[in-house]
Design a binder for this molecule. Structure first.
Ligand code: PLP
Length: 389
């Protein structure tokens, strides 16, 4: 079976990981900082904090902005549950704004309708790698004094051009307070499990770092109770630390970051190949009336994590492809229709019709750099064969 997504690991990357395994630090060594620095430089953001996975990154970002019980946050129904769960982790109400039926990303006009006096944050999701309309979203956020956390789990390597013709890389946080990435193996670059938070705001960066590490600090200049001033805390100074917030162990390891650092060097190459395969599918499948190929908006350069199309007789096509060795997929089941969200927040079928209509026809064809031209041709031929029958 050809899977819908797959990592691509080369000998250099394996060597980089082995070098760490033979060295002194497995967890909190120097490679983490190097990976953070290089991702920040690649994206053009000032600060980057590597964490254990993308869900942890969302959770920490939601904590860092001070989200709390009674607040509301708005995200897309067409996403993995983690984008909304980070609101629930903070006891904030998860609210949704329907998608633009062309890009399948959150629609800024729908965001405007979903805003209430309790709204604190917008979490746009760059679905499949296609960037959301960040200029419009940022304007709304500035006007309404809201935070913006970009869920860019799918979109490292994506860029877009603003109305003045200036190009922005996803992750630069030029139109958001924080951006998160996921480095799960199906994503564009991987660390096994892993994630990252980017920001240009020093205070938010410090907060994120603190919250990923139990809320503990070791920097003497920030101690609340320096050991020299509190007798019961006297200890040989290097052993002293303070827990100042309730944080989590969301740290990543040097082993993972060695892989990520090496993968980052190939990111642009990966994006070129992903875009090539995406364009091949689009050209080859364009003429099939029952199959709607995806669209890339003018002025955007998507890293294309997913080839997300829509198909009539979707389930029959999925079955046919699986029977013929093609592990196509369908995603996302709209988050508001998950039993947990229906039970706790009263969402119902029909609440977000564009997301529901998209999912009914959603089909994700395999897309990753190591797919061969022959495999890509085979996959398109299977789709064509289904509709010819
Ligand atoms: C849109 C989106 N956000 C967040 C996540 C969570 O990332 P992770 O699996 O690294 O926790 C995912 C993972 O699939 C995702 O697709």
């Amino acid at each position: 079976m050809i899977p819908y997504g797959h990592q691509h690991i080369n000998a250099e990357e394996i060597d980089a990981v082995v070098k760490i395994l033979k060295g002194d630090w497995l967890t909190q060594g120097p490679v983490i900082a190097e990976f953070e620095k290089n991702v920040a430089a690649y994206c053009g953001a000032r600060y980057a904090i590597a964490v254990s996975n993308g869900t942890a990154a969302l959770h920490v970002a939601a904590m860092a902005i001070g989200l709390k019980n009674g607040d509301e946050g708005i995200t897309s129904p067409n996403t993995f549950v983690a984008s909304a769960n980070c609101l629930v982790f903070r006891r904030a109400a998860p609210c949704f704004a329907d998608i633009d039926p062309i890009t399948y990303c959150i629609d800024p006009d729908e965001i405007k309708k979903a805003i209430t006096p309790r709204t604190r944050v917008i979490i746009p999701v760059h679905f499949a790698g296609h960037p959301c309309e960040m200029e419009a979203i940022w304007e709304i956020a500035l006007k309404k004094k809201l935070f913006v956390i970009e869920d860019a789990a799918h979109a490292i390597g994506t860029s877009w051009e603003d109305r003045k013709g200036v190009r922005h890389k996803v992750g630069s946080c030029s139109h958001s307070h924080l951006t998160i990435f996921s480095f799960h193996p199906v994503k564009t670059i991987t660390t096994g499990q892993g994630g990252m938070i980017l920001t240009n705001d020093e205070a938010l960066a410090d907060k994120c770092r603190l919250l990923c590490n139990h809320g503990i600090i070791r920097d003497p200049s920030n101690f609340v109770n320096p050991p020299s001033t509190v007798s019961h805390q006297r200890v040989y100074p290097p052993f002293y630390y303070e827990m100042q917030e309730l944080g989590y162990n969301y740290r990543i390891t040097d082993i993972q970051c060695a892989l990520g650092l090496a993968q980052l060097k190939r990111l642009d190459q990966f994006v070129i190949r992903r875009r090539e395969i995406w364009a091949y599918y689009n050209d080859a499948l364009e003429g099939i009336e029952a199959f709607q190929t995806p669209i890339e908006r003018k002025d955007t350069q998507s890293a294309w994590h997913l080839y997300a199309a829509q198909a009539d007789e979707r389930d029959e096509l999925l079955r046919f492809l699986h029977d013929n060795g093609v592990g196509a997929h369908a995603m996302y089941i709209p988050v508001h229709l998950q039993p947990y969200y229906q039970r706790h927040f009263g969402y119902q079928k029909g609440d977000f019709p564009h997301s529901e209509a998209y999912f009914r026809k959603s089909i994700i064809l395999p897309l990753y750099p190591s797919l061969t031209d022959a495999q890509v041709e085979y996959i398109t031929n299977q789709v064509k064969r289904y509709y010819q029958n």
